[in-house]
Design a protein around this ligand. Structure first.
Ligand code: 5RP
Length: 250
């Protein structure tokens, strides 16, 4: 079963009676058309990437694709890839990837992203930063005018568990009116990433402002491991919507 979407219900129907999951699948299948035999591929995480990874597995199995090596961006995707028989490796062995395909939580008009509501932002950023191309697959609900502005949704920041409250306070001081909360998992305990870190959720009361400035400020906080803004990383965004598929290039 695909993981449940981290941002909205998979039951949402569009006027053309396509569910949000059907839109995600459309975007994912379109992205997989870009995969060629012999590629070193970054395999994303989340309910949209799930469809892309499944499709890659299917095409390997029926012989359409050959000699693919997948670099999974999370333990969950690693398990999925193994179960599909996709050969996997890591960045140590393959420091340059041909292509990564992954979902996103928000996409702005400049193709900057918020990622990590599924909690895998650090590995995603490392692997996708090493990719010659990053193809992002979303349904149209993910498009925003400005990152961090979607109502009620947060920008995730991975922090070390040690004195995470102090780190959260430091983050809060950077942005006026910002709320910072610890992500809690389904078991009622702090959510732990694949790297055994915590995630704090930032709710911006005002415009983040210049994204690179905001990014630098966050990186200067010692307890911050990485933030969920993916600035200038996506080369292509495939958006599935009620009127079909739109492909945006950087
Ligand atoms: C996980 C991510 C996901 O790509 C993002 O949360 C989108 O997920 P979905 O496709 O389930 O909406 O960044 O860390």
């Amino acid at each position: 079963e695909p993981p449940t979407s981290s941002s909205s219900s998979s039951e949402t129907s569009t006027p053309h009676h396509l569910t949000q999951d059907e839109l995600k699948k459309m975007a994912a299948y379109k992205a997989v058309e870009l995969v060629k035999s012999g590629m070193i591929l970054g395999l994303g995480t989340g309910s949209t990437s799930y469809y892309a990874v499944n499709r890659i597995g299917e095409l390997l199995k029926n012989g359409t694709l050959k000699n693919i090596i997948g670099i999974p961006t999370s333990l969950k995707t690693k398990q999925q890839a193994i179960s599909l028989g996709i050969p996997i490796s890591d960045l140590d062995s393959y420091p340059v990837l041909d292509l990564s395909i992954d979902g996103a939580d928000e996409v702005d008009p400049g193709l900057n992203l918020v990622k990590g509501r599924g909690g895998s932002l650090l590995r995603e950023k490392m692997i996708e930063g090493a990719s010659k191309k990053l193809v992002v697959i979303v349904d149209e609900t993910k498009l925003v005018e400005k990152l961090g502005s979607s109502t009620g949704l947060a920008m995730p920041v991975e922090v070390v568990p040690f004195c995470w409250g102090y780190t959260a306070e430091c983050l809060k001081r950077l942005f006026n009116g910002c709320e910072v909360k610890l992500r809690i998992g389904g078991d009622g305990k702090p959510f732990k990433t694949d790297n055994e870190n915590y995630i704090v959720e930032m709710y911006f009361g005002e415009d983040i402002g210049d994204l690179n400035v905001a990014s630098d400020k966050m990186h200067r906080i010692v307890g911050v491991v990485e933030h969920g803004m993916f600035i200038d990383m996506a080369t292509t965004v495939i958006v599935a919507g009620e009127r079909g598929i739109t492909v945006k290039h950087k």
